[in-house]
Design a protein around this ligand. Structure first.
Ligand code: GDP
Ligand code: MG
Length: 781
């Protein structure tokens, strides 16, 4: 029987995990090993994906992926394994240098004083990495990108330890190269060689989280285990025997709550200590000699000895290399450069393992790790009763992911966010900002006039810088407000549900459910939409989503629509506006098919995701995020956008002989527009004034209308026909996003892509406008 055939509340035991490559490995790494019990807890409202309960946490997978998993149905209640209740340890947790095992008193071989202690902060998604990172670093942090990929990278110094540097790595579930995040994290540990790893583990979901720990221990880098969310665990009657766990794992284990800031100081002490003395994990060997006849044990050790020299040459930790050879990891195999004979021997050993163990190689390794973890948990962990957070989450989920309520509530929530952003809070802040900028501009204007400053400089400052940067700066309040709501939704755990609910719809166009949010934000403003693609877990989805956002008509274009509709199509305004939006969406869908078929032919990233419990977002985290986003935007406003504004001002104010012009018809901009007029003539938009306005619209879409009014002397309605007005509407709907958006795209995808977007959108707009125009001429409108 297939996993996809189970109904709600039914359980089964996994017999075989089908599929291949990275996805299959990912399933195994998430704990879906043969012999594991899974229960279906619900389906998304559109019937796909499905949410499963595995090893005490919930996981969502698509039905097409669930089909590859064979199960044997059971009717046993899930999770009724009798777990031995344990007494909380009487012994206090050893301090630094006590116990003598992991932290001998300064006797080791310390790194020379003044060596920079670098730490990698590694853990599953939602284990509290960012929260801990913020606690550790306070304000001294730096945000950037990992080289080569657009995954956020944050570095910072631990408070009170000037010689340290912590890096917050992307959340990962294993060290297999499955997503770009996992590759980033893995390469960071392998190549950047941090002095120590701080492994953060969600204590309320310890079994799954320790799976990553087991692989980190294989890296042979000093490691301290931070058991996070201990507040939640203890509040629900759970406890963990830290001493015993330390002994079993061979690394220091510290109980912390990143959110409540307890245990963090102790964690820092341990981390600095093990890094300074380079105390590596005491144990990497978790394969039992008597686990199923020791097949896995003999296999790992056999292969370890076989590849010892290669691993040393490649600079890979031996145990890690051996595990990865068994899992068939292509990157490691390539680095090891085994010769043909050695490859054959490895293959023979693996075949022997598969025969003896009755499981394939990847499953056997995953099973061995989970078996050990089970043992550790049985000895050290008193499971909490079902937490009130979990109960609450389930209750909320009844509505937010319910069959009939999910989509209406989603629409309601998004509408509320948009309304609050664009009509209430954002608009109010924007008004304030506008007032401030205008006042400052007027003051400067007066100062420049009284100071008798050169006319050109005067114009540069007022018409160029203030108008250009000012118009972009007025986006800032909207962006900050939108991100405020977005981070509330993200932090609370709702975005993960949205992805779950909308996945089926978006998969049709080659994306996953997560892309819905950036796309929706695109209707407000393309800039935050592009910035919001950061939350997407795969590079491919991120690129494709960014390329689709220009098809979501942004709110800055509304003034254009409003103006032309009221001037040329009175009474049919609503219909035409709605028509324009849907037309753009339709083209976006077509474009998505095109992108999927041509640019991103690679396999779509499978959707295997965890639905975390709902949590109240931390105010500190949210504020910090806002601060980052605002800073990021401002930096851009004062670099790229400032330059663009100055260039446009220059072209607008000078003639080719560099004399200041009064009549803009003689400006360089009009001359450039002249180049475009022949191109625009087939659209009936061959007037240089229209071209100039469209070019000005590149700085901010609102300015299309104001420029036209100015150039046509306030008589646009008299100078154009309804047909060309309609064509212009379609063209402005689709042509290049504004400078601010292009700058955002450039930051996400690089210069080439951003240029391509500009050219491509103009081409799409031109063709679409021509088609619409031809259609109307044919219809005799
Ligand atoms: P990341 O994905 O690993 O960066 O995790 P975050 O730092 O974003 O945290 C995920 C969620 O867990 C957030 O809602 C935090 O407020 C919450 N959280 C983090 N640490 C703790 C903790 O110690 N106790 C509790 N109860 N919640 C926490
Ligand atoms: Mg985070």
């Amino acid at each position: 029987m297939k996993l996809s055939e189970l109904k709600i509340e039914q359980s089964g035991v996994i017999e075989e995990v089908g599929g291949e490559g990275a996805l299959r490995q990912h399933f195994l790494d998430m704990g879906m090993t043969p012999g594991t019990e899974v229960t279906v807890s619900k389906f998304a409202p559109m019937g796909d994906p499905v949410e499963l309960l595995v090893r005490g946490y919930t996981l969502t997978v698509r039905l097409s992926e669930a089909e590859k998993i064979k199960i044997r149905p059971t009717d046993k209640e899930p999770g009724s394994d009798p777990e031995k209740a344990r007494q909380k340890s009487e012994i206090d947790h050893p301090g630094l240098g006590e116990e003598g095992r992991f932290h001998p008193k300064g006797s080791g071989n310390p790194l020379p004083a003044g060596t920079k202690l670098t730490f990698a902060l590694v853990g599953n998604q939602n284990s509290g990495k960012t929260t801990l990172f913020n606690q550790l670093t306070g304000k001294s942090q730096h945000v950037g990108n990992f080289p080569g990929v657009t995954v956020d990278r944050k570095d910072g110094q631990i408070k009170g330890h000037p010689d340290t540097l912590v890096t917050d790595l992307p959340g990962i579930y294993s060290m297999s190269p499955y997503s770009s995040e996992e590759i980033v994290s893995r390469n960071f540990v392998l190549q950047d060689k941090p002095r120590a790893i701080i492994n953060i583990v969600d204590a309320t979901n310890i079994e799954r989280n320790l799976y990553l720990t087991m692989q980190l221990l294989e890296m042979d880098v000093p490691l301290v285990l931070a058991l996070n969310m201990m507040d939640e665990l203890t509040a629900n009657g759970g406890s963990i025997d830290l001493n015993r766990m330390e002994r079993l794992l061979g690394v220091p284990v510290v109980a912390i709550s990143a959110a409540k800031n307890f245990g963090v100081d102790e964690l820092v002490d341990h981390a600095v200590h093990i890094a300074h003395y380079q105390e590596r994990p005491l144990r990497q060997d978790f394969c039992g000699e008597d686990d199923n006849g020791g097949a896995v044990h003999r296999c790992i050790h056999g292969i370890s000895h076989l590849i010892e020299d290669h691993a040393r040459r490649a600079g890979l930790p031996l145990r890690f290399a051996a595990s990865k050879v068994i899992e068939g990891d292509p990157l490691v195999l390539e680095q090891l450069e085994l010769d043909g004979n050695e490859r054959d021997m490895v293959e023979h050993i693996l075949c022997q393992l598969e025969t003896e163990r009755g499981l394939d190689r990847s499953a056997a390794i995953a099973d061995m790790r989970f078996r050990f973890i089970r043992e550790v948990c049985r000895e050290c962990v008193t499971k909490p009763r079902e937490s009130k957070e979990k109960v609450r989450s389930e209750r909320i989920d009844k509505v937010l992911t319910g069959k009939y309520t999910a989509i209406p509530t989603f629409i309601l929530i998004m509408a509320l966010v948009f309304w609050l952003t664009f009509n209430v809070i954002g608009a109010w802040l924007q008004g304030l900002m506008d007032m401030g900028i205008t006042a400052l501009a007027e003051l400067t204007d007066r100062l420049l006039t009284t100071g008798n400053v050169n006319e050109a400089i005067h114009s540069l400052i007022i018409d160029g810088i203030f108008t250009g940067v000012g118009s972009v700066l007025s986006f800032l309040p909207i962006i900050v407000t939108l991100f405020f709501f977005l981070s509330l939704l993200e932090d609370s755990g709702y975005i993960a549900r949205v992805a779950f609910v909308m996945d089926r719809l978006l998969r049709r166009i080659g994306l996953s459910g997560r892309s819905i949010v950036p796309l929706l934000i695109g209707f407000g403003c393309t800039v935050p939409a592009v910035m919001a693609t950061r939350t997407l877990p795969s590079e491919r989805d991120r690129k494709m989503t960014v390329l689709l956002t220009p098809f979501m008509s942004c709110s800055a274009k509304v003034p254009i629509y409003a103006f032309f509709v009221s001037a040329f199509f009175p009474g049919r305004g609503g219909l035409i506006m709605v028509g324009l939006y849907f037309f753009a969406i339709l083209l976006g869908v077509l474009a998505a098919f095109l992108y999927k078929g041509v640019l991103f032919r690679g396999e779509a990233v499978p959707f295997v995701m965890e639905l975390p419990n709902y949590r109240l977002p931390g105010a500190k985290n949210v504020l910090r995020l806002l601060w980052e986003k605002a800073g990021d935007f401002l930096r851009r406003a004062f670099t790229v956008i400032l330059i663009a504004a100055v260039v446009i001002w220059f072209l607008q104010s000078f003639d080719p002989a560099f004399n200041l012009v009064r009549d803009s018809q003689r400006s360089i901009l009009a001359l450039i527009a002249g180049i475009f007029t022949p191109i625009m003539r087939p659209l009936g938009l061959g007037d240089w004034r229209i071209c100039v306005s469209l070019i000005c619209g590149f700085t901010a879409k609102e300015s299309v209308v104001s420029t036209m009014e100015l150039l046509f002397g306030g008589n646009v309605a008299g100078a154009m026909t309804a047909l060309s007005a309609g064509t212009l509407l379609v063209f402005s709907l689709l042509y290049t996003p504004c400078v601010a958006a292009v700058a955002a795209i450039r930051r996400e995808l690089g210069r080439r892509w951003s240029l391509a977007v500009v050219v491509w959108q103009c081409a799409v707009a031109w063709v679409a406008a021509l088609a619409v125009r031809a259609l109307f001429i044919l219809l005799g409108a």
